[in-house]
Design a protein. Structure first.
Ligand SMILES: [Zn+2]
Length: 373
């Protein structure tokens, strides 16, 4: 079977469809929980699956350092190692080299860096990044790119984008074709429309299984991010999936789906789950707040996760106050469930041609805030 995306319905620029992969089908638009180092933090693979998640993300940078790509390969690949038989997308490692690694040196061929774990020296090139992702058994591999710094001048963004396009061609050439596996290119170009269009054209000419928009959610703000999508998305092939990397809040997702994005990943639901921040149909709550100490209601009455069906807000507040492990575990589960329910409802709304009305209703409930009773 070949890696493909089929469109089932459109509503304005929004699309509902399905990815067909070697590891199963995935309905889009889809949100990928982030499984940084071979685990979605604080959750078992079964728990992640129970939320409806079908596609998760793994981080090449973390996995190449620990336990190492050869070790993951010897253990049967990432799917087998972490008991996730479904599809997995891995990033190229480039973003984390830039944001986490110590002492790094970028040259035309690749990047040399020191591990943030033990200071050991490593090198990533387009070819080695794709090779590592193949050893991890990634269903979807990402081309190595340079995530352009923000802010950047147009000249800096242009040079950076041009480098990423040369690396994109090398990444594509290094990818070995396997049935049901794919490789995505990444549009760069900062906030400059002409550079984004040039990048989209360069990637389309190379030809990928899907196209990501990178270099956003790095401090430019939502309005500028949506502006880049308005320019970039129409320039991408209509019959391939489009992935907005590292985004975002539920409101970001609504806006980006409405602009034609099909795939997302972000650490927000899992990271927030560890810091007592709850995403709900009534907006975002901080469960450390004293107002929850005697609140015997479920966190979100509309949610079917174990936290919302079996525990009170007061119990969750207590767990975080005492720094009990179960607090982050339960709230991560809830937040991942919230994001999956949120995307399921968006997919249904697109199929029924009522995305705009759905988005307005969702935003109105957030604005109302918590039920005062
Ligand atoms: Zn819940």
């Amino acid at each position: 079977m070949s890696f493909s995306w089929t469109c089932a319905a459109t509503d304005g620029a929004a699309r509902a469809g399905a990815l067909s992969t070697a590891h199963g089908e995935v309905e889009t638009p889809v949100f990928m929980p982030v499984g940084t180092a071979g685990t979605v933090k604080a959750m078992t693979a079964d728990a992640v699956r129970s939320t409806g998640a079908r596609l998760i993300l793994g981080n090449t940078y973390h996995l190449m350092l620990r336990p190492g790509a050869d070790r993951v390969f010897a253990l049967g690949g990432l799917h087998r190692m972490m008991d996730w038989p479904g599809p997995i997308l891995t990033d190229s490692g480039g973003y984390q080299v830039m944001s986490l690694a110590g002492l790094r040196r970028l040259d035309a061929d690749g990047v040399t860096f020191r591990s943030h774990v033990d200071g050991s020296s490593h090198r990533l090139t387009p070819e080695s990044s794709i090779g590592i992702q193949e050893k991890l058994d990634a269903t979807i591999s990402m081309a190595l790119d340079e995530c352009t710094a923000f802010p950047a001048t147009e000249a800096q963004a242009s040079d950076s984008m041009a480098l990423s396009m040369r690396w994109a061609a090398r990444s594509r050439a290094a990818f070995s074709a396997r049935p049901g596996y794919g490789v995505f290119g990444i549009v760069q170009g900062g906030v400059f429309p002409a550079l984004r269009l040039e990048s989209a054209a360069a990637l389309t000419a190379i030809g990928f299984h899907g196209y990501a928009v990178g270099g956003l959610a790095v401090g430019e703000g939502q309005e500028a991010m949506f502006g880049v999508l308005d320019i970039t998305v129409p320039a991408l092939p209509a019959d391939k999936p489009r992935y907005l990397m590292g985004v975002g809040t539920p409101d970001d997702l609504l806006g980006a789906v409405g602009r034609g994005i099909d795939m997302f990943d972000c650490v927000i639901p899992t990271r927030a789950g560890r810091t007592a921040r709850a995403y709900t149909t009534r907006g975002v709550f901080n469960l450390r707040n004293a107002r929850f100490a005697d609140d015997a209601r479920p966190l979100d009455a509309t949610c079917a996760c174990p936290l919302c069906t079996r525990h009170t807000r007061a119990y969750l507040h207590h767990l975080f106050r005492c720094e009990e492990m179960l607090g982050p575990m339960l709230l991560t589960w809830h937040n991942v469930q919230y994001y999956q329910d949120f995307m399921r409802d968006i997919r249904a709304a697109i199929r029924q041609g009522r995305l705009a009305a759905h988005a307005a209703a969702v935003r109105a409930r957030w604005a109302e805030g918590d039920d005062p009773s």
